[in-house]
Design a binder for this molecule. Sequence first.
Ligand SMILES: [Zn+2]
Length: 190
Amino acid sequence: MSGHYTLVVGSDVPWVTSWSGEQIVGAAPCQTVGGRLALMQASDPGSGKPQYSKNHLVRQRLTVVRMLCPMCGQPTDQGDRWTQIATRRCAGQLRARGGQVRADIADDRVMIDAGSIAPLHRRCVDRSMKYCPHLRSSDDVMVMRFPREWLVLPLLVKSETNAGVAVAFLQLCGVTQTIDRRWRAQAALG
Ligand SMILES: [Zn+2]
């Protein structure tokens, strides 16, 4: 690289994006998941090339546990948390996929599955829509407020270096107060 143009992390490149110079270094106990075994990755944003389709393992977990905006890396407040690509699912659907959903949440409660993407600031949503052609053209984009309550579901991988499983990324599901009546009807039939 001749270096005549430098990409700024958190502005030109999302804070959570992985860079080619950041090596994945295997599994180790990680504070982001309360000391559980998790996949670790060197932290050197700006080194090599940004890998736009990949999240950095540790930064991704930090965005979820600390509610940091994946775009700018700064904390989001309750009143300014927005999600762009989220799927509505019933708690029962998440349970059927092996998700650890709290027992007090009924199967027919509607959840906002944000996948691995923590909520963004509104200004960062607008910025990403402006600069990312993929987002702009996607039919899946629907900007909505993130619920006040949420669940964190660890996405596990088999650890190559240690016996057992390690946390790779954290999945985030907003909990809404909405009940899906169709789910209840289907459950009654089945
Ligand atoms: Zn932001």
